[in-house]
Design a binder for this molecule. Structure first.
Ligand code: GLC
Length: 476
């Protein structure tokens, strides 16, 4: 396996050098000029956020779609809502989990498709303060905790789908759900959006499942955001469902920009081959569930979390990783453990993540489990402009290495340890001035030679970090 890896490393990279060979680019190309100044620039710096799916559904411990999947009548679900009492909820403790994990922003469900608001709403008393014995404004408490901790605070809001309010979009299984869609928009969707923007000044609004959405309505929602809080950024799920994004035509993407959408939100649990937008995000589950599911104990390891985060950053995106707290208000312990372990890695290697940029090695990384020809095909695909092709089951890959960078620095993330020198091509425009491991406090030099555009690195025999050893290559 080891020999294969390094063999592929060398072979794969040689092939890449040929493919990327108008080697006019520096290995870390300068980011687009507008990247540091745009409304969404903070997202590009932050890179890593915590998604929180939490609501009345957490009581049934069977995911956030449980009301729909098991056709719970509206009145019955309301009875459950009236008992929601998460006495163990502690906003500061949740935010501390995010902070220790190295996450820089939080996105929490202020209203999911079940229609129940986790904030104090004047628009509808179907909310956590007016409807439950708990009577505390969860969103307000989390906002305050985030402000204290220096974490950006954003709100998920299901803008059209609502299984409680008559006329809300989505499938219907109860007479009480029937009604006029426009009435839902006028009486709940838009007024609650105004409410959350005014009360909580979120850094971002995360729209989802835009059933029945029209461009006119999209403009209306966007207009509300801009009127109230011009700096709040919004995702593409205002108009298109995440699983449509990879297939969007250039004119549709242009339409989203014209509408004022700030970042693309990819299909759930999918890292795209390549994004045509400078700002994008993908959301991922830590096990298989968004809302708490007691049966799902399939937790991603810290290494898997780091590898996915690095893959996303290597392609210029941001990574939103989900936790689903219990109905009592507790983030499951295995989630905390794995997030914190990945957070330890970030404490040492954060400079290779926060604000880091793609490099000419985007989309490469030598999958050890596939052939060189398949690898070449993937590289071609990765470089294709446009939205790229949606790949069915584009799931987690097992990379040998990936690269991120910033001005004057290339970070090589080594997930598997090659037993031969590592050879990289494409350095024609760069003079390599040094190399050291981020995990080495002494920054001892690592030996390398540069001949023309080829860099050969003499790695020590063992990895410094079993998760991901980052080699920082300095460039002039
Ligand atoms: C889907 C689901 C939703 C979940 C979201 C997370 O669109 O409808 O339940 O909140 O994905 O991205």
């Amino acid at each position: 396996m080891k020999t294969n890896t390094s063999c592929l490393l060398t072979l794969g990279l040689a092939a890449c050098a040929l493919l990327s060979s108008p080697a006019i680019a520096q290995v870390v190309p300068a980011p687009a000029a507008d990247k540091s100044t745009g409304r969404a620039a903070w997202l590009d710096e932050a890179k890593y956020g915590m998604f929180i799916h939490w609501g009345v559904y957490s009581t049934l411990a069977n995911g956030e779609w449980v009301m729909n999947r098991t056709k719970i009548p509206v009145a019955e679900y309301e009875e459950m809502a009236a008992k929601f009492n998460p006495t163990k909820f502690d906003a500061d403790a949740w935010v501390a989990v995010a902070k220790n994990a190295g996450m820089k922003y939080i996105t929490i469900t202020s209203k999911h498709h079940d229609g129940f608001a986790m904030f104090d709403s004047e628009v509808s008393d179907y909310n956590v303060v007016d409807y439950t014995p708990f009577k505390r404004d969860v969103i307000q408490e989390l906002k305050e905790a985030c402000d204290k901790a220096g974490i950006k605070f954003g709100l998920y809001y299901s803008q059209t789908q609502d299984w409680n309010f008559p006329g809300g979009a989505g499938s219907k299984w109860d007479e009480a759900q029937k009604g006029d869609f426009q009435n839902y928009i006028d009486k709940k969707g838009l007024p609650q959006l105004k409410e959350i923007l005014t009360k909580y000044q979120p850094s971002h609004i995360w729209f989802d499942t835009p059933h029945a959405m029209t461009p006119e309505l999209g403009h209306q929602f966007e207009g509300v955001v801009r009127d109230i809080n011009p700096d709040t950024i919004i995702n593409s799920r205002l108009m298109y469902h995440g699983n449509q994004v990879e297939g969007l035509k250039p004119e549709q993407l242009e339409g989203l920009k014209e509408m004022g959408v700030d970042f693309l939100s990819y299909r759930d649990r999918t890292i795209p081959p390549h994004s045509p937008w400078e700002y994008w995000e993908t959301c991922m589950t830590l096990n298989g569930a968004w809302g708490y599911n007691e049966k799902d104990n399939n937790w991603k390891s810290p290494k898997a979390v780091v590898m996915q985060l690095v893959e996303v950053v290597s392609k210029g995106g941001a990574f939103l990783l989900n936790v689903g707290p219990t109905a009592e208000g507790v983030i499951p312990a295995p989630a905390i453990e794995n997030l914190e372990a990945a957070g330890e890695w970030l404490k040492v290697n954060g400079e290779a993540i926060y604000g880091a940029q793609p490099t000419i090695f985007e989309g490469q990384g030598d999958f050890v489990s596939i052939s060189a020809a398949e690898q070449e095909a993937l590289e071609k695909e990765a470089r294709a402009t446009g939205a790229g092709k949606a790949k069915k089951g584009h799931k987690q890959k097992d990379y040998a290495w990936l690269a991120t960078g910033r001005e004057g620095k290339l970070y090589l993330h080594l997930f598997q340890w090659p037993d031969k020198p590592m050879v990289l091509h494409g350095f024609d425009k760069d003079k390599v001035t040094g190399a050291y491991f981020l995990a080495d406090p002494e920054k001892n030099p690592v030996k390398f030679t540069q001949e023309g555009g080829t860099l050969t690195i003499d790695l020590p025999t063992e990895a410094l970090d079993a998760v991901d050893t980052v080699l920082c290559v300095t460039l002039d």
